[in-house]
Design a protein around this ligand. Structure first.
Ligand code: 5GP
Ligand code: MN
Length: 335
């Protein structure tokens, strides 16, 4: 058995032995975070566990609300981690900063289970099951369920499937492996309807969201030799003028990568006046998105990363352009 397999069995035993679970997901929750929590919530409820579910967001994204138990989600900024009888389970969360606060000052006798697939996970748990070879946290959870002999009901299968679909960009990103497809096949055999999930996740955009995208598309700037960098931005006023919300940028940065020749994409969204959310996406054989994001105080995966920047939009645009040029030059020189 590999070290991870041993840990997954330990995690499965820990879950079974704990009567009360609190599940945590990260800020700006995605289909993988929601899918993992939803699957584990369902599995715990079936075992008769008292399950709670929280995260720092105000609510679960609309596109994920078809999954079970999303109405049980509790918005929570900070919690006292002081109950030794409670199992605190962190899902898809690479560090303490992007989640519910309070973990840093937890009582030493509390038990924290960390289930994640981010390479940069800081291993903050009592038990850490972190595997970057998993496409998604739901792929890791699927392996945990299999290792521990858990029953995968259709509802659990649909939640797990949603996590893989969203984190692999519908099986298009390079994190998609034969194991990912085998798991998806097994979940389909357990009753998942791919068209139902696909429609719920990808075909519920509002017309106003597309109006917002149109604004970003009208400002695409292509940079660098061979035009490998695409950048677009949205000012705070664009959201109100288009009648759109912050969540409506979901999927937009990925569209910039569909431009022929573009191998690195940036979207800057002014979510509040002077507060700018940067999203980076990169392709194989290009300066990693995480390298650029980290140099601007953010982080993330090699190919999908982000940062939050302060300052007037014009100034942040300049800072990001400079960071792109510098990180690209360093990366190219080191090759
Ligand atoms: P997105 O561009 O979809 O918002 O984020 C892509 C990935 O970048 C996320 O999964 C997360 O790992 C990382 N990320 C996004 N925003 C931030 C941020 O402000 N700080 C850090 N450290 N990572 C971020
Ligand atoms: Mn994930």
């Amino acid at each position: 058995m590999t070290d991870l397999e041993v840990r997954l069995i330990e995690a499965s035993d820990l879950l079974k032995a704990s009567p009360r679970w609190t599940l945590f997901i990260h800020q700006k929750a995605d289909g993988d975070a929601v899918g993992s929590a939803s699957a584990l919530f369902e599995a715990g409820s079936l075992l008769g566990r008292r399950v709670r579910w929280m995260g720092p967001d105000a609510s679960i994204p609309e596109s994920c609300r078809f999954l079970p138990h999303t109405d049980a989600f509790l918005s929570c900024e900070e919690l006292a981690f002081d109950d030794p009888e409670e199992l605190y389970v962190f899902l898809d969360s690479s560090n303490e900063e992007r989640g519910v606060r309070g973990l840093r000052t937890r009582s030493p006798d509390t038990v924290v289970l960390n289930l994640d697939h981010h390479e940069d996970n800081s291993r903050y748990g009592t038990l850490n099951c972190v595997d970057p070879s998993c496409s998604s946290t739901t792929e890791l959870l699927y392996r945990l369920f299999k290792a521990g002999g858990w029953t995968l009901t259709p509802a659990i299968a649909e939640s797990l499937y949603t996590g893989i679909v969203t984190d692999t960009g519908a099986f298009m990103f390079s994190n998609t492996t034969p194991r990912t497809h085998r798991m998806a096949a097994d979940l389909l055999e357990r009753g998942v309807e791919p068209a139902r999930v696909g429609t719920r996740i990808y075909q519920q955009r509002s017309r106003n969201a597309l109006a917002l995208w149109a604004r970003a598309f009208s400002r695409i700037e292509i940079r660098g030799e061979e035009g490998a960098f695409a950048m677009a931005w949205l000012a705070h006023g664009d959201f109100a003028e288009a009648g759109a919300q912050g969540a409506d940028t979901e999927g937009l940065v990925g569209q910039l990568l569909t431009i022929r020749g573009v191998r690195f994409a940036v979207l800057l969204s002014e979510i509040e006046p002077g507060r700018i959310k940067a999203s980076f996406r990169s392709e194989e054989g290009m300066v990693p998105a995480a390298v650029v994001a980290r140099s601007l105080g953010g982080g993330g995966h090699p190919k999908a990363a982000g940062a939050t920047l302060q300052g007037p939009l014009e100034e942040v645009l300049k800072r990001v352009r400079a960071a792109l040029e510098e990180r690209y030059a360093e990366w190219a020189a080191a090759r």
